[in-house]
Design a protein around this ligand. Structure first.
Ligand SMILES: O=C(O)C1=C[C@@H](OP(=O)(O)O)[C@@H](O)[C@H](O)C1
Ligand SMILES: C=C(OP(=O)(O)O)C(=O)O
Length: 446
């Protein structure tokens, strides 16, 4: 599964482009795709999924669920069938579960295994093996699971599930949908009621989908805004028909590209606009970006619209740190937009960016500076002095992407908005979340 292990690095130079024009439809949402397979694998009967993202991260989840007894089959492009084993009936995987580059697969599956009477070894690529798993080891240990992890709570790790697991009430110490989801998924096969207290709201796909599959899940909001999420265990999940909306995190690269490249006019169809995911669009509008929502509707229980994006002169702003969870994966793309805005853009409260596929603050600061942007790196954010719409100079040497798909795609967009182009050292990681990125980009060039 680890693309990086079996092929050579694939560098590519992204050259300045003329106006981007046309209509595209980005692939399915990665978070919803993972959860469709996981929950389908726990429901008895056939779950039908259309619009599934066929990126490496989601394929890692599919392989893991197969290794634990579910049938997960591709019928046609984006169209999948999952036959589940039922909550409580996951099988002991015979080989280590290879999570590739995917934090979501790892942390959510750790939650599932933690309350089943099985053990599993989790392995991943060089990037994933640096990421902190202590944040899920802690609550899952409280529920009775045991762990043998590598130094600092990292992969490879062996997890032995608890049977029965113990229901807990857990206050999230970090704003993380992955930690929240790990505890809720462990709660599915735990007798009694498991509670997660979420002081800062994060993406709520797990809550929506668990309820959709028939779990007894409730959310109450306390006066200080804390969300209290309860799930009753030993649930019986019913198979579903799911149409996965387009991924706003993938759309982000084309939104920013269309705003930055003069003369652009692009329609991106079927973009998921769940408010816990749509922060980038709000911020870009505050900066003066013209992003129009057309044909707002619901797809798969999520708000969706087509977005028409036209070239705009952006203005630097101070980004409210409270927006961070609703655009956590979009900051690399925002930093590119800010590099061409008029004036200063300040971001803060972004410590979490340091523990993604790469340290996204340090890596983007270095990458954009190399491409001619004016950047200051702070402990929890970047301050960017924009060019006022002038293209960036571009980068002579290849940009180091550190096995991080979002760095590669963001710097590809920086290349489009530059004078001499930007070379990224390795485009392979793009296939983790957006395998058709380059083809789609080429299709918009005029
Ligand atoms: O739950 C999810 O599907 C995700 C949650 C976020 O991670 P954190 O929970 O670490 O913030 C996000 O960065 C990731 O791409 C997907
Ligand atoms: C952080 C990301 O994913 P994950 O945590 O699943 O690796 C991402 O897609 O930007």
């Amino acid at each position: 599964m680890s693309h990086a292990a079996d092929t050579a690095m694939r560098p590519l130079r992204f050259m300045p482009s003329g106006p981007l024009k046309g209509t595209i439809r980005v692939p399915g949402d990665k978070s919803i795709s993972h959860r469709s397979i996981m929950l389908g694998a726990l429901a008895v009967g056939e779950t039908k999924v259309t619009g599934l993202l066929e990126g490496e991260d989601v394929l890692a989840t599919a392989a893991a669920m197969r290794a634990m007894g579910a049938s997960v089959e591709r019928v046609a492009e984006g169209e999948w069938r999952v036959h589940g084993v039922g909550v409580g009936a996951l099988l002991q995987p015979e080989a280590p579960l290879d999570m590739g580059n995917s934090g979501t697969s790892t942390r959510l599956l750790m939650g599932l295994v933690a309350s089943h009477p099985i053990s599993a070894t989790f392995i991943g690529d060089a990037s994933l093996s640096k990421r902190p798993m202590g944040r899920v080891i802690e609550p899952l240990s409280q529920m009775g699971a045991s762990f043998e992890a590598s130094e600092g709570g990292r992969l490879p790790l062996i997890l032995k599930g608890a049977s029965p697991a113990v229901p807990i009430s857990y206050r999230l110490p970090v704003a993380s949908a992955q930690v929240k989801s790990a505890v809720l998924l462990a709660g599915l096969n735990t007798p009694g009621v498991t509670t997660v207290l979420e002081p800062v709201p994060t993406r709520d796909h797990s809550e929506r989908m668990l309820r959709g599959f028939g779990a007894e899940l409730n959310v109450e909001v306390e006066t200080d805004g804390t969300r209290v999420i309860t799930i009753r265990g030993e649930a019986e999940l019913r198979p579903q028909v799911i149409d996965v909306p387009g991924d706003p995190s993938s759309a982000a690269f084309f939104i920013v590209a269309a705003l930055l490249v003069p003369g652009s006019d692009v329609v991106i169809e079927n973009v998921g606009l769940n408010p816990t995911r749509a922060g980038l669009i709000d911020v870009l509008r505050q900066m003066g970006g013209q992003i129009e929502e057309i044909n707002a509707r619901e797809v798969g229980g999520e708000p969706v619209a087509d977005l028409r994006v036209t070239h705009s002169v952006l203005k630097g702003i101070e980004v409210d740190p409270a927006m961070a969870p609703s655009m956590i994966d979009e900051f690399p793309a925002l930093f590119v937009a800010a590099s061409l805005a008029e004036g200063t853009t300040r971001t803060s409260g972004l410590d979490e960016l340091r523990v993604k596929e790469s340290d996204r603050l340090a890596v983007m600061a270095t990458a954009l500076a190399a491409a001619g942007a004016r950047i200051e790196e702070h402990e929890d954010g970047l301050v960017i002095e924009g060019t006022g719409g002038e293209p960036l100079a571009g980068a002579e040497n290849a940009i180091a992407t550190h096995l991080d798909h979002r760095i590669a795609m963001s710097m590809a967009v920086a290349g489009l908005a530059s004078r001499d182009g930007v070379e990224v050292d390795d485009t392979r990681p793009i296939a983790t979340s957006f395998p058709v990125f380059e083809t789609m980009l080429d299709g918009l060039k005029t």
